[in-house]
Write a protein that binds this ligand. Structure first.
Ligand SMILES: *[C@@H]1O[C@H](CO)[C@@H](O)[C@H](O)[C@H]1NC(C)=O
Ligand SMILES: *[C@@H]1O[C@H](CO)[C@@H](O)[C@H](O)[C@H]1NC(C)=O
Ligand SMILES: *[C@@H]1O[C@H](CO)[C@@H](O)[C@H](O)[C@H]1NC(C)=O
Length: 282
């Protein structure tokens, strides 16, 4: 068991050397923009939340009183660069969403993030919602998600009552394997097929979920992280954004991406449970 843990930890980037392998540069914070209705996105930091990157649409209130959900994010390799998934996170924000990644933007990989940093993101979102440039933020709508090692951090948020849904991008539990059997929040798994080093852990965790937990798992045979690093986060990103639109806005097109055959055009191989029980938090 111990041996297995060391192997899989290294693969997910928990070791001190592998973050650089997982951390493909993508233009840093400057790459943060998206194809959503809010377009341009600013990446900032806040002294009240040290070592985090905050993605906010620059056009506030573009759709009148529209409420913005919140995405708290853990990076691949648990990297401390909060801009390491800037293309995807910028795209999420462009749909009208506050995104908070663990790690300052484009930091030079000073150590690694922790699940506690994701909890700090949630605390911050709850505190600032409804104020200043966060006027549209609705902190009753929080998704915790992450890529690879960051996905493990997100799964640790399953027990935070403020979090409504979990997103697992090319990830699966590394310890505490039985935890998935007690997940009750809706969860989306976005995985890179059998060539993804997280594939087996993701499959195991999905299988362990209670049958009543609304869940969707899509595999695209693109390997670890899929096309998350492409413009707007690629197809991995499209599925992630659709999940947010479905769960927090009841967007019918987004819903049909999962419950009808919307996903087929993108080529996902899918398993899903209890989506008919999923009541969007609108
Ligand atoms: C957003 O704009 C609408 C009018 O377009 C206004 O009624 C509303 O108060 C604004 N909301 C915020 C949070 O600024
Ligand atoms: C491990 O799983 C249990 C439930 O099975 C949960 O209560 C606990 O918080 C989990 N620990 C971590 C670190 O996620
Ligand atoms: C609904 O979600 C889709 C993404 O799945 C998005 O392209 C579309 O703009 C959303 N519709 C509205 C009205 O926000």
């Amino acid at each position: 068991m111990k041996f297995n843990f060391i192997i899989s930890s290294a693969l997910f980037g928990v070791s001190s050397t592998s973050p650089t392998l997982l951390l493909k540069r993508q233009g840093g914070a400057a790459a943060a923009s998206g194809d959503g209705p809010y377009g341009a996105v600013a990446v900032s930091t806040d002294a009240a939340l040290a070592n985090h990157a905050i993605y906010v649409p620059t056009t506030t209130n573009a759709t009148g009183t529209a409420k913005w959900p919140v995405l708290v994010w853990g990076n691949g390799g648990c990297s401390s660069d909060g801009a390491s998934n800037a293309r995807f996170l910028g795209a999420v924000a462009s749909y009208g969403c506050l995104v908070i990644a663990s790690g300052a933007p484009a930091s030079t990989n000073k150590g690694q993030t922790t699940a506690a940093m994701m909890t700090a993101s949630i605390d911050f979102a709850v505190k600032v919602a409804g104020t200043g440039k966060y006027a549209n933020v609705d902190a009753t709508k929080i998704m915790a998600a992450g890529f690879s090692c960051g996905g493990v951090e997100a799964m640790a948020m399953s027990w935070d009552s403020r979090v409504k849904t979990i997103g697992v991008f090319s990830s699966g539990l590394l310890t505490n394997y039985t935890a998935a059997s007690s997940f009750t929040k809706p969860v989306v798994f976005i995985i890179g097929g059998s060539g993804d080093i997280a594939y087996q852990n993701a499959e195991r965790d999905f299988k362990a979920l209670p049958s009543a937990t609304p869940s969707w798992k899509g595999n695209l045979p693109l390997g670890h992280g899929g096309d998350l690093f492409q413009a707007n986060g690629g197809k991995f990103g499209r599925a992630g954004i659709a999940w947010l639109e479905y769960i927090f806005r009841g967007n019918e097109t987004a819903k049909n991406y999962f419950v009808a055959d919307g996903y087929k055009a993108d080529g996902w191989q899918v398993e899903a449970h209890a989506l008919d029980q999923l009541k969007p938090f609108v």
